[in-house]
Design a protein around this ligand. Structure first.
Ligand code: ADP
Length: 652
């Protein structure tokens, strides 16, 4: 199979792969293994017509061959049959051939012919009568040279030939000149048909008259009829003189010309018979002495009855014997043979068609399998290609992942460094105030220690002891400041994500204490202690940033309020840091969390990283940091952080 692009054949599976395509809009899907399209409708209409035509042709050929063979066989057997029956007719006639000669041997007959007398005639009449009886002939008579009948065996019958002038009869004319007279005719007296055998009677070499024997051959016809034989004998004029079928008798085998017909009528050979032609429907000459004749038959078949007519001349006569062999059976056989041939052809054709169809189905299946295999191979190829691609992109992705992981690590480190830098920046910002904070106790310590020395020298031990107690408190306070600074400066540990809110707020407030500045500050604490999922130091860092900013924003105000409120959600805790400072102008709001965005003067050491780092730390812990402008003025930052699952902090 062939052109994969044009076929009505469709396989059971039809994957819309590149191997399959739709040739035109509305056309069926076609496969690569399909055969070229055929006008199926035309073929399916033509085939039965062709088959029927072929069946008819082969049936007819079978019929003709069978008929031909049958006729050939019949001709062979018929020829033997014909020879046999012709022989029978010849011997029947031959029986009487010598009879007229015997009359020569009778002196009375010869005397009558030479010297006729009534007495002699009587004697000869009687003699002929006896002769006729013994020979079995119909009539025996003698004719004188003038043609007149001198004596006859039927002398005393009403149809006696005696004295009749028969000089016009051909058999007499032949006999009187010494030729054997053979003649079939119908008697002129009573119109009885018969075969006349005449012989010139010689006396001392001279013909003195003619002896005639009339024989009837009806026995031959009877024998034919008894044997169921269809035959006839025609004479020199082609007139049927003996026939098994009486209807054929005295009919012309071949059509007579008008002249011939007139001549025969005048000769009275057949008396007054009309001598019509033999009634046939069709005659087909096959060869010399062979002919197919169809006789009309109202009784049997409308198409007539067909015979094979075989004929041969009969010896010693100018006649022909014709045997009619019926072809009905041959025709019947030929018809059944023709039908058989047609049926056989149909059967073989059906077998061939079925075989061809099966072959086509197998071929289609094979082609489909091949196409499927091809499609499969192509698919496998593509899969292999795709797998290779995928493998390559997988390797690429892995490399990218590795790179990203590395970048992320670097980023995280950088972020940690940044956070640390942020912390240090806060510490840096607080450095002055911390130094101030530490300087005060240091100065007090210096004064107190000096005083204590003097009080000890003076022996005022109680005052020295009290001073030492104060010195102790001051040292404790300084230690606390440095401890909290150390703790704040420590690098955070993201893996330890647990923080106490209260602790973180307290630590952050302690750290920003030095930045509180002068003047009253109202601190509102409305939050519960809760455990949050974030590193303690990180939370402190966020809060230190928020508190520092709030304190910075309220710097120089008479009335300063820092409100810390808490609000527990399902999974998060919202911590609100609100101040009544200068607030967040609209142009600042969107840039608050941008790195390095600051509005603080250089003296305040603003880096613009505090909020950025705080938001990043909150996001890292799974929370968020947002800012808003509350209705009453000032600024409010909302820190939302995930609650640790086990803890359910009570509302403040
Ligand atoms: P820095 O404190 O170094 O300036 P931040 O990121 O902490 O950096 O703050 C960025 C800016 O946001 C501040 O410079 C300030 O203008 C503004 N800001 C932060 N908090 C407040 C607040 N409570 N009230 C008013 N402005 C604030």
């Amino acid at each position: 199979m062939t052109d994969p692009a044009a076929s009505p054949y469709r396989p059971a599976i039809a994957p819309p792969s590149p191997l399959w395509r739709r040739p035109t809009y509305g056309a069926p899907w076609v496969g690569p293994f399909s055969p070229p399209p055929r006008p199926r409708v035309v073929r399916s209409l033509l085939l039965p017509v062709l088959m029927l035509a072929m069946m008819a042709l082969i049936g007819y050929a079978g019929f003709r061959i069978s008929e031909h063979t049958g006729i050939a066989a019949l001709r062979e057997s018929g020829a033997r049959q014909m020879a046999l029956h012709a022989r029978g007719v010849e011997s029947e006639i031959g029986k009487f051939t010598l009879l007229p000669r015997l009359l020569e041997m009778e002196p009375k007959v010869m005397s009558l012919l030479e010297t006729p007398s009534p007495r002699l005639r009587r004697e000869v009449n009687l003699y002929l009568d006896g002769f006729n009886d013994r020979s079995g002939s119909r009539v025996v008579y003698v004719i004188d040279p003038s043609g007149r009948v001198q004596a006859s065996s039927n002398w005393d019958d009403f149809d006696s030939y005696v004295d009749e002038d028969l000089s016009f009869r051909a058999y007499f004319q032949d006999a009187i000149v010494g030729k054997p007279g053979r003649f079939y005719g119908i008697g002129s007296t009573i119109g009885e048909s018969g075969y006349y055998l005449a012989h010139g009677l010689k006396n001392q070499g001279r013909i003195v008259g003619a002896g005639v024997v009339k024989v009837r051959l009806e026995s031959v016809e009877q024998r034919w009829r008894d044997a169921g034989l269809q035959a006839f004998v025609s004479d020199e004029n082609q007139i049927i003189i003996l026939a098994s079928d009486p209807a054929h008798k005295l009919r012309a085998v071949t059509p007579l010309s008008p002249q011939k017909r007139e001549k025969l009528a005048l000769s009275l050979q057949y008396h007054w018979w009309a001598l019509t032609d033999l009634k046939t429907l069709r005659r087909e000459p096959l060869g010399p002495g062979e002919e197919l004749i169809t006789f009309p038959s109202e009784r049997r078949a409308p198409g007539g009855v067909r015979y094979l007519a075989l004929s041969q001349p009969l010896a010693d006569t100018p006649w022909r014997f014709t045997l009619l062999l019926p072809l009905e059976e041959i025709r019947r056989n030929a018809t059944s043979h023709g039908a058989l041939a047609a049926v056989l052809f149909a059967f073989v054709s059906f077998l061939l068609i079925a075989w061809n169809e099966r072959r086509k189905v197998i071929a289609t299946r094979l082609a489909a399998r091949e196409a499927l295999q091809r499609a499969n191979n192509a698919l496998e190829r593509r899969i292999a290609e795709r797998t290779a691609d995928l493998r390559a992109s997988n390797a690429r992705l892995k490399a990218e992942i590795r790179e990203r992981e590395h970048t992320e690590l670097t980023l995280r480190r950088t972020q940690d460094d940044l956070i640390q830098a942020g912390k240090l920046a806060v510490i840096g910002q607080m450095a002055t105030s911390i130094a101030h904070e530490l300087n005060q106790p240091l100065a007090a310590l210096r004064t107190l220690s000096g005083n204590t020395v003097r009080f000890l020298e003076r022996g005022k031990l109680d005052v020295a002891s009290a001073n030492l107690g104060t010195i102790n408190q001051l040292v404790d306070r300084m230690g606390k400041i440095t401890a909290s600074l150390r703790s704040f400066a420590r690098r955070s540990d993201p893996s330890d994500s647990r923080a106490s809110l209260t602790q973180a707020v307290d630590a952050a407030l302690f750290l920003v204490e030095p930045r509180k500045g002068k003047g009253p500050l109202t601190l509102i604490r409305e939050f519960a202690d809760c455990q949050l999922a974030i590193d303690q130091t990180r939370l402190e860092q966020i809060l230190v940033n928020l508190f520092s900013n709030a304190l910075d924003a309220m710097q120089g105000q008479q009335e300063r309020v820092l409100a810390l409120r808490g609000e527990a959600g399902d999974s998060h805790y919202e911590f609100h840091v609100r101040d009544n400072g200068r607030g967040l102008p609209p142009d600042t709001m969107p840039r608050l969390f941008e790195p390095f965005f600051t509005t603080k003067p250089a003296a305040q050491g603003g880096l613009g990283l505090g909020l950025t780092i705080s938001a990043s730390l909150a996001a890292d812990a799974g929370g968020s940091l947002t800012a808003r402008q509350p209705d009453g003025g000032g600024a409010e930052f909302v820190l939302a952080l995930p609650l640790l699952p086990t803890e359910t902090p009570p509302h403040d």
